[in-house]
Structure formats: C-alpha cells, structure tokens
Design a binder for this molecule. Structure first.
Ligand code: GLC
Ligand code: CA
Length: 545
C-alpha cells in the first residue's frame, strides 16, 4: 500500500481536534453546568479556530459519579446537558460548519445504575450476570489485591450474589466482561446507532483495559485485547471515514503500531501519555511530583516520531480533562504565561500526528489553587479522604492537588470579563479561575498577538504545509537541557523549530539556521535577537525547495 497516499486520504491526519469538557464549557440555563445549547452557541467560535472536529467528553445519561464517565444509558443524553433532540441539533449545526462530532465512548465499564448492571447484580442466574466481571470470595476478603485507580480495592461485594464485582475505577463503574460475546454485540450495535445519528468518530476511553485478566492482575493489554479491537473495527469502523482514537496509557510504540495500523484493522490513532507523565517519580503515584528533564521529553517525542513514521499514527497533546494545565506545569503562568503557552503550541504543532486542543488551552488558561473543600473531582475527593486518614497534613495534600489534580483542567471556560467569566449566570459547579478578567476569549479574539491567534496561525500552517504531515524528524543539539530544536524534512520543504524551555535568555544554537530558510512564526512581537533566545521564545522556520 502507498503510505504517502494513505496520509493524504485520511482527513484526520491533517486535522486538529478540539476537546470540549461539556460541564465546564458554556451554561445556558443558569444551573451552573455547561450544556448542549451552550456548545451550539459556541460553534462559530470553534470554527474560527480552524479545527475540523470536536471531541466532547461524555454527555450520556449518567449519575455523574465520574462526571459522565459512568454511563447509565449509552443511547440517551443526561438532562444535565440537555436532550437527545438537542444532540441532534448539535450534530446538524456542527455538520453545517464542516465540523465532525467525536463521541467519547466508555466501553470498559458502565455505571452501576445502567439497566444491565441492575439486572446483573440481582442474582448469579440472571441472564445479564455474566456481562460483568465477578469472582467468588468471602465478605471482607476480596479475591486479590487489585486496586481501583480512584483508591481502595478494585472489588466490591454484592450480598445478593455472594460475589465480588470488578471495578478498575470507582465503585459506581463496574467493569464490563468483554469475554462475553453478547456484551460485545450490544456495544457494537450501540456504536453503529451513534454512527447512524451522524457521529463523525469515537474517542475510546481506557480502551487498553477492556480485556482485563483480573486473576493475573492484568489490566492493560490483556491477551484478547487486539482481537476484540479488530472485531469492533471490522464491525463498525472499517471502510468508513470515521476517526477513532484509543486512549491507552499503556501504549508503547510497538503496541501503537497495532492500535493505529495503517491497514485500518484497529483504530485511526492512539492517545498515549508517555511524554505527559515524565514528571512522575518512577514507581510512585502521580501525586508525588518530580520535575521535567527536557532531554527526557526530547527522547520520548523523538522515539514516537521515528517509530510511528509510516507505520502508525499518534495524537499530539499537552492538555486534556485529566491533566493539569501545561503553562502551569512546565511553563510559566506568571510573567511569561503568553510566551510559554505559545512556545508549547509551536513545539507540538510542528510534529507528525493529530493535535488535540483542549478547551481553554488556546487562551493559555492556568491551574488554580482552591480551598480543600472546593474540589469536585472524585479522584481528588477520594485522595483527600485517603491521605487525611493516613495522617498527611492538608497542606501537603493541597500541594499535590495544586500540581496534579484533575480539577485544574476542569475549571469553567473563560469567555469574557463579565461575572463568572461569561460561563454561567448561576453558581458554577466548580469555581471559575479568578484570573478570568485578564485571561478570556473575548479579549484574545480582538488581539492579533494573543495565544488564541497564535493557535489559529499554527492550525492554518498545518493545513498548508505538507512537510508537517509526512516529513522525517531529526533532533538538533539533543543534549541541551534548555533548548528544544528539531527539523522536519521532506523532498520539497524543511521545517525547523527552536524553543527555549526556560525563563532566562539562552544562547541560540547556530546549528538551527543550517538549511532553515525564513522565519515563519515566532512568539515575540519584536524581531529576533541574534544569537539569543528570549525567555520561552519559540521560532519556526520554513524553507521551500
Ligand atoms: C479516562 C477518562 C477519565 C475517567 C476514566 C474512567 O481516563 O479520561 O476522565 O475518569 O477514563 O472512565
Ligand atoms: Ca446548564
């Protein structure tokens, strides 16, 4: 197969995908929670950015234990967000603007309030019992030591069945049993139903965990995993122009080549986190924070660029609803906030893959510091209880939450400088970041050198320049811990990026200019200084042969 040709045929290889966390996007009825009419009202804004598709975190019927990642009916919309009719209008309105809607599908587990689980837990003989993962045991003595991602045992006792069920996430998120063919059929039918409603693709939540093998304590990459994914693809995705992206924390370049095999046998692309967990201390929970070593980031990006080129496809991202804001994490959310936000964008958007732009990232939105009782995320709330019980001080718990808590990325979208950032006329479900008077979309739309307009330029550049799609990748001066520089080379163009990852002036590596051509884009308004990169300065050069 001609891979170059393939690169051109897949619309999602040239696209940027915008992620909406609907709770925090735009509220139209004053209940403090974002909703579908709110998303519809902002479609013109989204179109202005130049993105081709929008991934929306789950809005299905749900008790909202994990903000919608606990689904009680896959084929209905939760009243929190609107109705199925609202959803149909959204699909139509997005389609009118050439924007595809990517549904976030949670296939590893359902809510414990899903009709399937309500039946399954009635008795061992119930026809739906085997749709979930059960093991015998004694009350108080779970089958093994497996832990839930959100704390505590991964097993929950059910009196009626005298058995434990598995939940890799919260106790209200029982794991589906993918080994049961009826479960798989029901999920494929449901996916097809969404395709029929006009969905443009799927983001598949923790898809690497569906084929778990709890007796061997295996969560990701179980023996049957890729067999099931191939089956799903064959049944629903193959031969369509749907985009499918698999969230896979366990992915390595080797498994990613299966996930995103260009023959289309599994998914379009993988969404992996190797670069984003680089400040995690080895073997420690994410809450114990380390610092980033730039050469580690280069090594990881370089590895993925080389190992998937021509044989797979990666997602490019700094932010989503599960991770802290990048400017606060590895940049500067003070004096150099705008420069560092643009620097991160420039570095990422020159790479091969499909970029994901998470709501507010285009404004350079930052982390927050709230009082301990103001956090809403189940993971954070559980952490507070667990660590208090283990004797940690509130101060040390808060230090972890400030650095890594998921609510950092979930504060309401900052639309303008009016009350509650224009997000809601009511009481927001999670406090608005107090910096909204300075950081908001209305101000940035108006200002040519804003972070938002920098993103627009980068998105347009990706559409225009073929070398970003299929050029090779090489590092320049790999060993420098302050500057990240790389080159993308194709037959007819060279794209060169150089970025200062520090808040100081540093020496500009002369090697960058070899074969670099013209300065196409920078993040400082004034012209570059010879031999120097200013704090968080990024430059992008382009040469056409
Ligand atoms: C994914 C989601 C996360 C959710 C978890 C369980 O990692 O991105 O928000 O809590 O899966 O569904
Ligand atoms: Ca609302």
């Amino acid at each position: 197969m001609d891979l170059a040709l393939n690169n051109h045929n897949n619309w999602w290889k040239k696209s940027v995908i915008y992620q909406i966390y609907p709770r925090s996007f735009c509220d139209t009825n004053g209940d403090g929670i974002g909703d579908i009419p709110g998303i519809i009202s902002k479609l013109d804004y989204i179109q202005t950015l130049g993105v081709d598709a929008v991934w929306i975190s789950p809005m299905y019927a749900s008790p909202q234990d994990d903000n919608g990642y606990d689904i009680s009916d896959y084929q209905d919309i939760d009243p929190t967000f609107g109705t199925m009719d609202d959803m149909r209008v959204l699909l139509k309105e997005a389609n009118n603007r050439g924007i595809k809607i990517i549904m976030d599908m949670v296939l590893n587990h359902t809510s414990d309030e899903h009709a399937w689980f309500l039946e399954a837990k009635q008795s061992r003989d119930n026809p739906k019992h085997d749709w979930y993962v059960w093991r015998d045991g004694e009350p108080g003595t779970p089958p093994n030591e497996m832990c839930s991602v959100f704390g505590g045992s991964a097993w929950e006792w059910v009196e009626e069945c005298q058995q434990y069920y598995l939940h890799q996430f919260s106790v209200k998120q029982p794991d589906l049993n993918w080994d049961n063919p009826e479960v798989r059929e029901a999920l494929y039918d449901m996916l097809q139903w969404w395709v029929d409603q006009g969905a443009g693709g799927f983001r598949l939540d923790v898809i690497d965990q569906i084929a778990k093998e709890p007796d061997r304590m295996v969560t990701a990459e179980g023996t049957m995993l890729h067999t099931y994914v191939k089956e799903m693809s064959e049944r629903v995705f193959r031969g369509t122009d749907l985009v499918t992206v698999g969230e896979a924390w366990s992915a390595t370049p080797e498994t990613a080549r299966k996930w995103s095999n260009p023959d289309g046998s599994e998914l379009s692309m993988v969404f992996q986190f190797e670069h984003i967990v680089l400040d995690q201390l080895p073997g420690q929970p994410k809450w114990d924070v380390g610092s980033l070593k730039l050469t580690d980031l280069k090594r990881v990006f370089g590895k993925w660029q080389h190992e998937l080129n021509g044989s797979g496809w990666n997602s490019l991202f700094w932010n989503n609803h599960d991770v802290p804001r990048i400017v606060s994490r590895w940049g500067d959310d003070g004096v150099y906030r705008e420069q560092s936000a643009k620097m991160f964008a420039t570095v990422l958007y020159g790479l091969q893959g499909t970029p994901y732009l998470y709501q507010g990232e285009e404004l350079g939105m930052t982390n927050t510091r709230y009082a301990i009782d103001e956090y809403r995320d189940i993971e954070t709330v559980n952490l507070i209880a667990e660590r208090r019980a283990a004797g940690y001080s509130d101060e040390s718990i808060l230090a972890s939450i400030y650095a890594k808590g998921r609510d950092n990325g979930r504060t309401p979208m900052q639309w303008d400088a009016s009350c509650n950032a224009g997000f809601t006329s009511g009481e927001p479900w999670l406090k608005v970041n107090p910096n909204y008077a300075q950081i908001n979309a209305a101000e940035q739309l108006e200002r040519a050198d804003s972070v938002l307009n920098h993103y627009r330029r980068l998105i347009a550049l990706r559409k225009r320049e073929q070398v970003i799609l299929d050029g090779s990748y090489e590092d320049i001066l790999f060993d420098r811990e302050d500057v990240y520089a790389y080159r993308r080379v194709s037959e007819d163009a060279v794209l060169t990026v150089a970025a200062n990852f520090t808040g100081n002036e540093v020496e500009f590596p002369a090697e960058v200019l070899e074969n670099a051509g013209m300065l196409e884009l920078g993040n400082y308004a004034d012209s570059p200084i010879n031999g120097t990169l200013r704090p968080f300065e990024a430059r992008l050069y382009l040469k056409k042969n």
